[in-house]
Design a protein around this ligand. Sequence first.
Ligand SMILES: [Zn+2]
Length: 273
Amino acid sequence: MESSQVERRVYITNNSASILKDAYAQLFIVLSDELKNSIYKENLSWILSDIEFKYLFIELLIFDKNPFFTLDPMVLKKKDVGHVFFTNTPPKYHFDLGCEFLKSNYLNLQIPPEINERGSEWVAKFRKFSEENKSVFEEDQERFLNMLEARFNLKNRPAKVNFMNSGRSDFADLDVDKMEERIDRHLADSRSFMDANPKIKNLNYASAAKIKQRTIIDPLDEEWHSFYKKELKSMLRYYLRKKADPELSYSKSFLDSLGFEGCKACGGKLDLT
Ligand SMILES: [Zn+2]
């Protein structure tokens, strides 16, 4: 990743990073050998499918403007998908890594189906009550859910939604060299597993969702997808991001061009002129 000295770097939450990734996922990306080789020091075509390569490549695209892959800002417009704390404001970037809005887990709550069934008036009431008691929600979710159940006579406890990737494993804290050691070890284990079970080769390119749809799931396929491939993809995501920029900073002008706005909480403290 290139970054010029004068370019201001900013930070975004995992939730905002997901918005960017989803937007890139809608682009058509030609998966050349060159692109595949840019993912790791060896070609991983034996274990990753094209769609998996695409999603990993997107991890490299989100930090800076890329002349070959241009995003349409319209694609980034947030959509209300039925969550309680929905704000129709543009996604934010942060100037300060210590900003509480960057660090705080981004929690949300799905509007319960039984409230949706009662109609839009009840949905509005539900949102209003939740908004008024948001501080309880942030401090003690058990208490908040009890309050909701009592106020709205809910029979089914609402599902909590946490957009933040809580899976920030110890792996994320390793430096790039140590990450490579772990990935190499995992690749060696995966190869042994594949050699011992050659028939999984036929299923390597089936998506995990497709495999789950089958009436009879071969435990070997399940293990291959749900452990060996999944673990590798997770490690590669952290690895690629750390290699691109250990601080996980983003180009401010790139985010500006997509309609992001600066966080007022941490932007206000700085002299931005
Ligand atoms: Zn901030």
